[in-house]
Design a protein around this ligand. Sequence first.
Ligand SMILES: Cc1cc2nc3c(=O)[nH]c(=O)nc-3n(C[C@H](O)[C@H](O)[C@H](O)COP(=O)(O)OP(=O)(O)OC[C@H]3O[C@@H](n4cnc5c(N)ncnc54)[C@H](O)[C@@H]3O)c2cc1C
Length: 442
Amino acid sequence: MTELNSLRPGRAWRNWGRSEAARPAFTATPTSVDGVVAIVRRARDRGLAIKTIGAGHSFSAVAVASGIQLDVSRLEGIVDVNLAAGRVTFGAGTRLHRFPALLGPLGLALENMGDIDRQTIAGATSTGTHGTGATFGGLATRVVAVTMVTAEATILRISETENAELLPAARLGLGALGIIVDLTVQCVPSFLLAAVERPASFDDVLDDFEALATGADHFEFYWWPHTDGVMTKTNSRLPTDAERHPIGALAGWFEDRVLSNIALAAMCNIGRLVPAATPPLNRFATRAYGNRTYTDNSHDVFVSARTTRFREMEYAIPRAAVPQALRDVRDLIDGTGWRISFPIEVRVAASDDTWLSTANGRDTGYIAVHRYFRDDHEDYFLAVEQIMRSHQGRPHWGKIHYQDSESLAALYPHHGDFVAVRDRLDPDRVFTNPYLYRVLGP
Ligand SMILES: Cc1cc2nc3c(=O)[nH]c(=O)nc-3n(C[C@H](O)[C@H](O)[C@H](O)COP(=O)(O)OP(=O)(O)OC[C@H]3O[C@@H](n4cnc5c(N)ncnc54)[C@H](O)[C@@H]3O)c2cc1C
């Protein structure tokens, strides 16, 4: 264990989307909070920056380490439970896919989730990971307390009653404020989701977007470029004793594993060789996907397997702007002649008060564009970003974007407040990296 609590020579590291790579000077995998404290002391002695990493699922360079790459995967599992309040404290490195096994026996669940469950809880909340639902916020909005090791190698507790003024910053801190060792999540009683997946027309869904987005617990849709069709997904919350109608194991394997991953990879590879094949393949996809209903445990409905690697940019814009923004993206794709083999995902979230949340202060719609990881994403993402910026778009912190601290300060009313907390907690920039320099300043 001592070995793990000390510094080891760094190794080559790549993120999931293969958009970032690093070779940190050292890595450390502390097994205890004391181990984290010891590593911060050592980093300070040697003048090395520390970057904490979760599961490496950010597409942006937010998790890139050059000095010490600190892996908190050994700080894992439940640390404390307040069953009466439905609040559970998790080790920072707990992966989301462990949550059903950890929370299920307590009769609890996460209120809302994104598309996958490979991330760590601290990594997911630190970048503003979200799912969909007009009355639901992202994962960070459910964080009610954080324990972090500061740049001074001290332990700082932040909650509604301890250093409460720091909570709106610490819930979603980009790893810039300290090393989170545990965080407390407000959970909800376990529930089921009834999922309805249906094809629909692009224009119909955009014309009715406000009603669709606000008329269901969790509404989202995927649009395949070069087609007039979308796949809608509407999830309704049901009590846990409602009847389950899960997808059969074979059908689930075929639809989620074969269609959503293997066939998608094949389509992307064919599209790379023969770009003209992409529009007909996308039209085929709109017919093959998305016509089913099922009811299952919330985690199993929220989350899917994603094995086909891609890169992603996602923008948060005012919800009311989504129809126009997506039509602008369609005009862009049609006008340039690009062949885009990956669907565009549209989701929503409620306004919240977390300072760097993409939904801070406004009901939000999300438009996410993707490219197969072997395709060049840059021209497409840059052009879509221009459209999103014309709608006051805020980029997802964990996904590719090209904005900097100056432009972001104009988009976030509390950007300056966050930087002031960073100045207070990490004046010597022990926890910085080039990405944080870009989005928060030196
Ligand atoms: C296939 C795929 C699907 C995705 N789906 C969604 C989705 O549906 N919705 C969505 O919003 N996002 C989604 N994302 C983005 C993803 O949720 C975020 O990028 C998330 O941050 C990744 O978590 P991670 O554990 O891999 O963190 P990393 O990427 O490793 O780190 C992210 C940030 O968290 C910081 N951090 C990690 N641990 C700590 C700690 N203990 N203390 C302080 N800082 C810490 C790091 O320093 C870094 O700044 C998806 C990504 C992929 C690859």
